[in-house]
Design a protein around this ligand. Sequence first.
Ligand SMILES: [Zn+2]
Length: 298
Amino acid sequence: MRKFIPKSCEVEVLFLNRHTCCICHDKGKDVQIHHIDGDNSNNDISNLSILCLDCHSRVTGTRGLGKSYSSLELKLYKKEWENIIKKEHGFHYIQKTKRVPKIERQLFVYEAKALIYRMLSAKDSNKTFFETGFENLWQLAILEGIQTEIIEHLGFAFALSAISEVNKPVALAKSLPKFFGYLGNPIGVPLRKSDERDILEAIDTLEFVHDLSVEENKSYRILSAIKNALSDFIVIAINYHNYRLYLKARRVLYELFKSSTTKYDKHDKRLPKLAKELDGLKKDIRKELKRENLSWKI
Ligand SMILES: [Zn+2]
């Protein structure tokens, strides 16, 4: 049975896409909301894309010999279009601009971007370079208050490396929770909205790396690094009693579990090991939930 998309999700995704089709970007056309994974009950924002009627029928219709759009392709279109809009409108950055003067801030963002590109163009075997690179990025993020921009930029640029490389996406997955290392010990203090938003973006990135990796190399090392990062974010969600973060991380964890138990043609022999590790993680999460007296489903 078709479930209706909650109004708030509908409004948010329409707003994020400026009511415009993410494939053809034609402003002013009538649009529809499309479930990327084909599951009409999965109304997570990351699963909803905005398509005009023409593009929608090309996505869902059978077109003779023409190749149709894959869900991964749609995710790329969505991500790219939402990034373009964020850049055009800058509504993501409004909150933090007060702390650092605008010009100075832009210089730091520029420096971070330059570093990200240097890391992206380095050889994948250059592990230590990525380690020091990420350390520099944390410093820039925390000291100069440009965390949001770095997380966002890292995500899209770096996640794509999961198509053909291993060390880069692994370093990315390892580093993402470290950007939130200061969220240690809350006692009745709610998570700041900006932190929640940045973590949601980080989990989005992990999901993206997962999808690309599963599509291409099915690397145990990448999927395992994603698992560890998700586990860190779940701990934050539980400590802060933040259900929204918890739900999002749990959903990606579930996808990871599916990937680790599916047989692939280019099968990484260590994937069954990952399935076991995920079982262990589930137990740990159950304990954490109990410790915090939360009755959330795992
Ligand atoms: Zn269109």
